[in-house]
Ligand binder design. Sequence first.
Ligand code: HEC
Length: 110
Amino acid sequence: MSRIISTAICALFVCSICSSVASAHDLAAGKALFDASCSACHKTGLLGAPKLGDKAAWAPRIAQGLDVLISHADNGFSGKVGAMPAKGGNSKLTTAEIGNAVAYIAEQGK
Ligand code: HEC
């Protein structure tokens, strides 16, 4: 009986970890996607894009929340400095894939 309970507690614990924001997205896949589809602008700052790892540029954006960032990256977004094309211009990408890339960007900008 106690074994069942401890297994249940253990499962609960693992689930609470997997639902936390950082691990809800696949950061390794996000990095690969970033390198392939986002880095052209976000590595160099092309067209005014906030650069990867530029904490000052990302802090106010991250403050909007990850969901807003993902929606802006997924649907496109025109801000003060320029235009972020929907899905970085690669219409084959899914929202989940965009989410991975945005989570990776946000991790680097913290
Ligand atoms: C053609 C250049 C370009 C490409 C490619 C590009 N971006 Fe952007 N992105 C921009 C620009 C420019 C901005 C800033 C818009 C502004 O704030 O005026 C931006 C802003 C963003 C933001 C911040 C949105 C906000 O609410 O502040 C996110 C997140 C983002 N891009 C994610 C991505 C992801 C993920 C990819 C790859 C799938 C990508 N971008 C590819 C140009 C690009």
